[in-house]
Write a protein that binds this ligand. Structure first.
Ligand code: FAD
Length: 496
């Protein structure tokens, strides 16, 4: 009975960073938003190392940046890597030089239980409603359009709620993502497993890099080492799926054995003890986490964040892609509800920009792995970009080709292999130059094409959030595409 239906403008499935950001940006335009979240917050999540554009771009737009600044999260000036041909660690700083760190050239390392709760509470303060402990089980379709979802309440009752738009932000375990159509394609190249836990009392990098993520390559893969507080560290080992035996059996012993394979992490954890209680007491594993859905939207439904795609954790792109896709989807919804742009144009723009950004990080990360020198290791030889990776390269061409032909200029797997090789060797040369530079001037690295592209759109979002109309008019990203309004909240038709 349509008269008794519970109806919202937008129903968001999942209250992680993607869902909370989208809910905030749509509620800020006065629309009625409901977030359905399976857990009760705070809840544990992995993905602790952020990028500046999330903090200073999107979180500035939503108005939560000040609260984040007060939360006491570790300040991250960049990443320090024992990676590539250099035996000594080198540092990627978000500012041109560590000595010139600007007011917005840093990010945070966050305990996700705290970070995600701040973002979701903020959505509520902007007018969104949230229901916890409700699990969305399916979407409702009417006349080829998604018009709502069904969900199970904490008390087990099955209910329905209707909306003009449903946004799936329920992460990698989404139960409804396939209802958008297409398929979820898993990456061969990034096929990995992670085993992770938490330590008290680990060593810190010297200032000004003490808040940096430390990423260390070793024979079987690589480690992340993330300082969450002056004493608490998140430590994870990433290995190839074919090495799954290395993380099977007792996880504690498995992590110990992997740490023993990696001298730098052994040194950093020499005086540390593993946390065995509370949310960090359990060791956890994740597998096969790099994938993308071949379609991101259909009428009435859009996928954002991990529900849509994810690529490898090494450069902290997960929360960036989740919040960035939330911004793109929010612009689409806000513009359609305001009658400014037809749904098809608005969501085509959403998908094209999202797919481009995902493709940019995908290429950046392939180059990042390709420059590693250890030819003897199974993990690293499998990460060399070779023409044998035909399926992977084909899927890369498909991923970016349709949306951004000019920028990627790819016709087939062969041209993708050639392009990737040249870009990763340019990147490796820039890293060598940086590693040899006592002044740590980042300009050569920022000039390399893969890095420049990976930082470009984040910097745009950040500038728009900080400068608004003063940034000047936006230009279409694609021929005939839409542009962003001065406040970044809407799409507008581009000038012909
Ligand atoms: P999530 O954070 O997964 O939130 C989804 C929410 O939806 C959850 O709260 C969940 O409870 C809820 N939900 C699920 N199903 C339902 C349902 N049926 N009904 C209602 N609610 C539901 N990213 C980084 O930026 N930096 C890192 O350092 C980093 N490290 C990583 C390391 C590993 C090993 C992995 C696998 C990932 C890492 N990531 C990292 C990625 C990061 O975890 C994700 O990209 C990010 O959490 C995605 O945010 P989201 O909002 O899309 O989804």
């Amino acid at each position: 009975n349509a008269a008794t239906r519970e109806t919202f403008d937008v129903v968001v499935v999942g209250g992680g960073p993607g869902g909370a950001t989208l809910a905030t940006l749509v509620a800020m335009r006065g629309h009625r938003v409901l977030v359905l979240e399976k857990e009760t917050f705070p809840r544990y999540q992995i993905g602790e190392s952020l990028l500046p554009s999330t903090v200073h771009g999107i979180c500035t737009m939503t108005g939560v940046a000040e609260e984040l600044a007060k939360a006491g999260f570790t300040r991250k000036q960049g990443g320090t890597f024992r990676w590539g041909a250099n035996t000594e660690p080198w540092t990627f700083s978000f500012s041109v030089s560590p000595k010139m760190a600007g007011a917005t050239s840093f990010a945070y390392q966050v305990e996700r239980s705290k970070f995600d709760k701040i973002l979701l509470d903020h959505a509520v303060s902007k007018g969104a409603q949230v229901r916890f402990q409700v699990s969305v089980t399916d979407v409702i379709e009417e006349d080829d359009r998604v018009t709502g979802v069904s969900y199970r309440d904490a008390d087990g009752a099955v209910r329905e709620v209707y909306a003009k738009f449903v946004v799936d932000a329920s992460g990698n375990g989404s139960r409804i993502h396939q209802r958008v159509g297409g398929t979820r394609e898993y990456s061969e190249f990034f096929r990995s497993l992670a085993l992770f836990g938490y330590f008290e009392g680990g060593k810190r990098l010297p200032a000004p890099n003490s808040g940096n993520i430390l990423s260390v390559a070793f024979g079987s893969g690589w480690f992340w080492y993330i300082p969450l507080s002056p004493t608490l560290t998140s430590v994870g080992a990433v290995v190839r799926r074919e090495n799954a035996d290395k993380i099977q059996g007792d996880p504690e012993q498995a992590l110990k054995a992997l740490i023993a394979e990696c001298p730098l992490i052994t040194e950093y954890l020499a005086g540390a003890t593993r946390v065995t209680e509370g949310q960090y007491g359990r060791m956890r594993t994740r597998k096969d986490y790099s994938y993308h859905q071949t379609t991101f939207w259909r009428p009435g439904l859009a996928l954002i964040g991990d529900a849509a795609c994810f690529v490898d954790p090494v450069f902290s792109s997960g929360v960036h892609l989740a919040t960035y896709s939330a911004l793109l989807a929010a612009r689409s919804i806000n513009s359609v509800l305001a009658g400014l742009v037809p749904e098809d144009a608005a969501f085509t723009e959403f998908e094209a920009r999202y797919r481009r950004e995902y493709g940019v990080f995908y290429e950046f990360l392939m180059s990042f792995y390709d420059m590693h020198a250890d030819e003897d290791s199974y993990f690293w030889s499998a990460k060399k970009v070779t023409r044998n990776q035909h399926t992977e390269l084909e899927s890369f061409v498909e991923l970016v080709g349709g949306v951004s032909a000019a920028e990627f200029d790819l016709t087939d797997a062969e041209s993708a292999a050639v392009r990737l090789k040249s870009r990763s060797s340019e990147f490796a040369t820039a890293v060598d130059t940086l590693a040899a530079d006592a002044d740590q001037n980042m300009v050569p690295l920022f000039r390399s094409q893969v890095v420049r592209q990976a930082m470009h759109e984040g910097a745009q979002v950040q500038s728009r959030a900080l400068l608004g109309a003063d940034l000047g008019e936006d230009h279409p990203m694609f021929p005939g595409g839409l542009v962003t309004s001065d406040d970044g909240m809407l799409w507008l038709p581009g000038t012909a």
